[in-house]
Structure formats: structure tokens, C-alpha cells
Design a protein around this ligand. Structure first.
Ligand SMILES: [Zn+2]
Length: 327
């Protein structure tokens, strides 16, 4: 009798022999049952401004209790959390013990307004994310899924019932890039973004711009048009600056002009809120009114320095409704 199990969580569909692990390292077959070894065992716990996720249109100036476990179902050459994501739980120096109720209690104790499932990828610690989110919602906390979105539709729909907002990486609008740089594929990520929208989750998108690999302006334009058509013109898009790391130290940091050109291209394609991240003091980190251009929210780094929105999320000059969750 075979005790193989198939993990149906992500598009890899790993067939895992007894005693073995999936591609993510942390979803294992124990006696014919699929388990996530990192359930209740986060390896990273931090309190971050929500702007760091980045989420710019969801409860600005609040703090997010942020957790992650080891493991990931992507293997990006430029991973900035590789010491967390490319390991299984047993290799970690730091391994906390925190059941879902402990996480919620700690978030409340620290006066956070949300819990962020982040850093590596919450897709692989799905059950931990789900159970914690259920309790968090009962306690009045919001749930933030910071992910690469490489997940099958069925489990994602279930998770969306308890998730309030996502920042999903769209790493390139190019399947070849996905295969070469991340070992994943593009289509499931696009499907995930559409699923979030359909399920009423607040969506922001991050695109890390890497010199020579995904900085082609025609591709960026196509990506922006897709976001406009499938997710809506009010979807915030964050262009993030690449810094050389992990297995991609051979490329330079993204030049500021490249980010400026990408932002202009995306706005020309019809997106109203296009941001530049990882670049201190750039005006592209502020929110401007799409109707009259006035400054609505000023940010420096991860800090909101000024918020002129009305309490119901409108431009104080022209009364334009700014999409987001502002309360
Ligand atoms: Zn206005």
C-alpha cells in the first residue's frame, strides 16, 4: 500500500513519499498524512508599520504584527529573506512557539491593528495562517497576506474568507522570467490576483524592478494594462527598487530613472496610484489625487508624515473618493 500524499495547495502539486517533504521543505508526509512542520513555530516575529508591507491604502499609520515561518514554494535568485525561506524549520536558529491564540494575544498586547503573514510565503504555512486569521478576526484584527500568490484557486478562495488585504508580488509579466528567476510560473499568480479581487480582498501589487531582467518598458506597460483591466484602475502598484543580494549580486541596484520611467509608463497605461519603494525621500512614495493632483498622503520611508484625506477617504480639495480602507 502506498502512503504517498499529493499536496494540492500550490501549482507544484508535489507527490510526497512517506517521510519526505514537498518542494517548500516544510510540508511533509508523516505516516500518510500531510502536515506543515512549522505550524505554531514562527521563525520571524516583528512589529512593522503597515506601510512596510507595503500597504498604502489600508489603515495607514497602523502597526502590523508580522509573522513568518521557514519554507517557501518559490526559490528566487534574489530572495531577500533566503535565510528564512530556503530552509526547513529544523535549521533555524530562532524558532518561537506560538499557537494561533498566542499570536492574536501578542498582537493585541502590542496594540497592533492587524496581523501580517509575510517575509517567506504564507502559502506554505497555510493552516497556521488560516487558523490564526479566524481568531484574529474574532478579536477585531485585520489579516494581511503578503505573498507571491503561487497557490491554487480552491485553497486561496477558502483563505480569502478570513483575509482583509493583500500585497501580492507580481514579479514580472513574463512566464520565462518566472521560470528562470523564481522557479514558479506566471499564470497561477495572475489567477490569484483575480481571485483576491473576486473575493473582496483589498489588493495592492508589488513589482520589484531588476535591471536588465524585467525592466523592459513594453512589458511594464502590458502588466499595468492587465492590472487596470482585471483588478481596476484604482489598484495601487508599487515599483520596488532592487538591491543586489543572495544569488543575484552581479546586477546593480535599480537606477532611479528606471523606476521613474516605469511609474510614468504605468500611469500612462491608466493606473491611478503608482508608487516607488525602497528609495528614501522619493515623491513617488506619496499619494496624489488622480483628479486634481493634490498631495493627499505624504510618506518618508515607512512613516506617514501627513494625511490630508477626509475621514471617509476623500480628497479635501475636489471630494474625489480615493479607493482603499481608510478607517
Ligand atoms: Zn482631488
Amino acid at each position: 500500500m502506498s502512503l504517498e500524499v499529493t499536496c494540492e495547495l500550490c501549482p507544484r502539486g508535489c507527490v510526497i513519499p512517506e517521510g519526505g517533504a514537498g518542494d517548500c521543505r516544510i510540508r511533509v508526509n508523516l505516516d500518510g498524512r500531510l502536515r506543515a512542520t512549522t505550524y505554531g513555530r514562527p521563525s520571524a516575529v516583528h512589529i512593522d508599520p503597515i506601510e512596510k508591507k507595503p500597504l498604502y491604502h489600508f489603515r495607514p499609520s497602523t502597526m502590523a504584527f508580522s509573522i513568518a515561518t521557514a519554507g517557501c514554494n518559490l526559490h528566487c535568485l534574489n530572495c531577500q529573506n533566503w535565510s528564512l525561506s530556503q530552509r526547513d524549520g529544523t535549521e533555524m536558529e530562532r524558532l518561537y512557539k506560538a499557537e494561533p491564540a498566542d499570536v492574536v494575544a501578542a498582537a493585541l498586547q502590542e496594540e497592533c491593528q492587524s496581523i501580517a503573514y509575510t517575509y517567506s510565503d504564507p502559502v506554505v504555512f497555510y493552516e497556521y495562517t488560516y487558523d490564526t486569521s479566524v481568531l484574529a478576526r474574532d478579536a477585531g484584527l485585520a489579516n494581511l497576506l503578503i505573498t507571491a500568490g503561487y497557490i491554487n484557486r480552491k485553497p486561496l478562495r477558502r483563505l480569502c474568507q478570513v483575509i482583509d488585504a493583500t500585497n501580492t508580488d507580481l514579479k514580472a509579466f513574463d512566464d520565462g522570467f518566472y521560470r528562470r528567476v523564481t522557479t514558479a510560473t506566471l499564470k497561477p499568480v495572475l489567477d490569484a490576483l483575480v481571485t483576491f479581487r473576486e473575493e473582496g480582498v483589498w489588493v495592492e501589487v508589488t513589482n520589484l524592478v531588476i535591471p536588465t531582467l524585467n525592466d523592459d518598458l513594453a512589458m511594464i506597460r502590458s502588466m499595468a494594462k492587465w492590472i487596470r483591466d482585471e483588478l481596476g484602475e484604482g489598484t495601487p502598484l508599487h515599483f520596488s527598487r532592487f538591491r543586489p543580494m543572495y544569488r543575484m549580486r552581479n546586477l546593480p541596484p535599480t537606477p532611479e530613472e528606471t523606476l521613474d520611467r516605469a511609474r510614468k509608463e504605468a500611469m500612462d497605461a491608466g493606473l491611478h496610484f503608482v508608487y516607488i519603494g525602497n528609495l528614501m525621500g522619493h515623491p513617488g512614495s506619496n499619494t496624489y489625487c488622480p483628479r486634481d493632483g493634490s498631495l493627499l498622503i505624504a510618506r518618508t520611508g515607512f512613516r506617514v508624515t501627513e494625511n490630508r484625506l477626509t475621514t471617509d477617504g476623500r480628497c479635501p480639495q475636489c471630494n474625489e473618493k480615493i479607493p482603499g480602507v481608510w478607517q
